[in-house]
Structures are given as structure tokens and as C-alpha cells.
Design a protein around this ligand. Structure first.
Ligand code: FES
Ligand SMILES: [Fe+2]
Length: 371
């Protein structure tokens, strides 16, 4: 027997929902993993953004590299290979590729590097920031030599004013990446979905209490790939607003939603900064991760409360996201937010970079190097 809302709605997992969204994964920076998940010399397969990738960490320099996973020789998965120095050796015939994806050596082949077949695999631009590994993905699927912008370094994390306080891995969510940003302009849903006060980290309502929201949304005047959502919220008790309980949160939408971050400012104590990241595993499947930093003056319990409150609110949205479709022409009324403005902004992430700088060695489909 079907009882809860989740039971009643959690059924639409096929292609029909996916076909309502734009094709391809939008361009931007995406978090692949936390830097402490792999040690130097480790190799890992990663399926995301419509690609089969291999991530490895050099033994000598401990840097991360990301390549297409399949060997140009006979197609073995490099994820089964070994790291040799800063190169990756294929498990099949031990051809070695450098971090740029170029064939660097063939063991037992007594020739200079110039005589090696000029083949390789795609390598992707990656950066290591704030304890996470970031990859730039272009909607075309091609690997760009130079991404159009860099992942943002948050100053007060970089200089140690905010310190690492925790992370949370809720698992995969069956939604499209654009839904998080769509949600930020859906002003009508704040009262309907986020109007209850819940116990942090749960969906358990606190009787008598509610939350009043005053949302706003705007594009950064100087940086085209950034937009902001802000919310002036205050508690309500038995329907009456309690203005003294007011707090303001600002969320930075960085690119298409590969990462967004929340800054909560607590008077006399300092800031909490919470990253929320989305990595498209498949068309309607996001790996979601949270990671947070805080001013060391803020008691850990208070940090836990603030982050847990956000995650409760996020969970309330998930049930909707996991079953909805994309309406190209939604029926909007005056209670709705700036949906058209947001979509115009978001469209930039579906424009492929002009003339992607593919390196010549990536473009050789068949090479007979036997001479
Ligand atoms: S398939 Fe990779 S070296 Fe042969
Ligand atoms: Fe929401």
C-alpha cells in the first residue's frame, strides 16, 4: 500500500523525464573528489559528465591528473593501470602516458620518443582548491587547453581565517543539475516547501514554529558566470513573525551549479562557509557533497546546527526535484521569481567554447606504427 508522498511520487526514473531537459552537461567547474581520498600512486575510475575518466596521483609530485580512461592502443581501461613516477601505465601492454595524456614510453621498445606512435588520450584541466579536486567540463565534451575562468579561491579559507569543520555525503540524487538554480528563483515555493521549522538534519517539524522568507536573486555585475540568491529569513510562532530572530544568508551560484556556496554571518562570532557541489553522474543523477568551514570562534555545536538546518531544507526540495520535469514554458504568475532572467543567465553554460583547443595527438583515430 502506498502511503507517504515519497512512495506516491518516487516512480519516474526513465528517459521520459530526462528528455524534457536540454542535452549535454553544462560548461563549468565540477568537484570530482576530496583531495584526501587518494594517496600518491592511487588510480581511480570515474564515470561522470558523460565521460569514462581515470584519475591518478603522481608518485613523485603527488599531483592529480585526469585522463579519458581508455587506452588508444587496444582500448583497455587505464583505471586498472599502475602509476610509474608521474606517468600512468596501461594494465594491458604497459604503454605509459604522462599527465597530458601523451604516450611517453612503450616498455621494451628500443626507440627514441620521437619514434613512438603519436597518440594519446584526452587530458582535462584540473585544479586543487579548498581540499577538493576540480575539473573543467565544456558542454561540447571536448577538453579545453585553457578554461575560460578559474575556480574561485575563497580568501578567508585560503588565509586560514575560516577552518575546515566537516563534510557530508548524502549520496546520489536523481535530479538534473539545473534544478538547484531553478529553485533559487522559485520564490513561491519558499512558503510551501520551506515554511516549517525542522530539527537540524531531519524533516521533523518543530510544532508551532515556522519560517518566513524574503528571497532575492541577482547576477554579479562584474563576473558573468556568477549569480546570487539571498534570503532574509525570520522565525514565526503560531503564524506571527519574530523579527528579532532574523538572519540573512547569501548563496553564490558559481557557473551552472557544479558548486554553490553559502555564507552565514553570525554577529560577533564570524562566518560559516558551506560548499554544496553537484557532479552529474548520468543525465538525471547528481552526486551531491557538502563541505564546510567556519571561524574558529564559532562553537562546533552552533556550526552543526546551522549546517544541519540548511541540509534539512535541502532535503525538502529533493523529493520534488527527483520527480519533476523541465517546463520550457512554465505558467508564471506574479508570485514567481525572475525565472526568465535566470534562464537567460543560465543559457551561457550551454554554449560550447569557440574552437576548443584540441591537441593534434588526440585526433588520430587509427595509427599503424609498424613501419
Ligand atoms: S591496450 Fe593499453 S597498452 Fe595495449
Ligand atoms: Fe528550495
Amino acid at each position: 500500500m502506498l502511503n507517504s508522498r515519497k512512495d506516491r511520487t518516487h516512480a519516474f526514473v526513465g528517459r521520459a523525464r530526462a528528455s524534457t531537459y536540454p542535452e549535454g552537461h553544462p560548461s563549468g567547474w565540477y568537484r570530482l573528489l576530496d583531495l584526501d581520498e587518494m594517496r600518491p600512486g592511487d588510480v581511480r575510475a570515474l564515470d561522470c559528465l558523460g565521460k569514462n575518466l581515470v584519475v591518478y596521483r603522481g608518485r613523485h609530485d603527488a599531483s592529480y591528473r585526469v585522463l579519458d580512461a581508455h587506452c588508444p592502443h587496444q582500448g583497455a581501461s587505464l583505471a586498472g593501470g599502475e602509476v610509474v613516477g608521474n606517468e600512468l601505465a596501461c594494465p594491458f601492454h604497459h604503454w605509459c602516458f604522462d599527465g597530458e595524456g601523451r604516450l611517453a614510453r612503450i616498455p621494451n621498445k628500443d626507440e627514441t620518443r620521437d619514434k613512438l606512435p603519436r597518440v594519446g588520450v584526452r587530458s582535462y584541466p584540473v585544479r586543487e582548491h579548498h581540499g577538493m579536486l576540480w575539473l573543467y567540463h565544456d558542454v561540447s565534451g571536448q577538453a579545453l587547453a585553457a578554461p575560460p575562468y578559474e575556480p574561485e579561491v575563497i580568501e578567508d579559507i585560503a588565509d586560514g581565517r575560516l577552518v575546515y569543520r566537516g563534510r557530508h555525503a548524502p549520496g546520489d540524487v536523481q535530479m538534473h543539475i539545473s534544478e538547484f538554480v531553478e529553485n533559487s528563483v522559485d520564490f513561491q515555493h519558499f512558503a510551501c516547501v520551506h515554511g516549517d521549522l525542522t530539527i537540524p538534519w531531519t524533516q521533523i517539524k518543530v510544532p508551532g514554529f515556522g519560517v518566513r522568507h524574503e528571497p532575492d536573486w541577482y547576477v554579479d555585475a562584474d563576473v558573468p558566470h556568477k549569480a546570487y540568491f539571498s534570503d532574509k529569513a525570520c522565525l514565526k510562532f503560531r503564524g506571527r513573525a519574530m523579527p528579532k530572530s532574523g538572519a540573512q544568508a547569501r548563496i553564490t551560484l558559481f557557473g551552472p551549479g557544479g558548486t554553490v556556496w553559502f555564507r552565514f554571518s553570525l554577529p560577533d562570532l564570524g562566518d560559516i562557509l558551506l560548499f554544496q557541489t553537484h557532479l552529474p553522474k548520468r543525465d538525471l543523477c547528481q552526486e551531491v557533497r557538502f563541505r564546510w568551514y567556519a571561524d574558529p570562534k564559532i562553537p562546533r555545536l552552533l556550526v552543526w546546527y546551522v549546517v544541519g538546518h540548511w541540509i534539512s531544507q535541502w532535503k525538502a526540495d529533493v523529493e520534488i526535484w527527483e520527480n519533476k520535469v523541465f517546463r520550457e514554458r512554465p505558467v508564471l504568475i506574479d508570485l514567481d521569481g525572475p525565472v526568465h532572467r535566470m534562464r537567460k543567465w543560465y543559457a551561457q553554460f550551454y554554449e560550447a567554447a569557440a574552437a576548443p583547443a584540441e591537441r593534434a595527438h588526440r585526433c588520430l583515430p587509427i595509427v599503424d606504427a609498424r613501419g
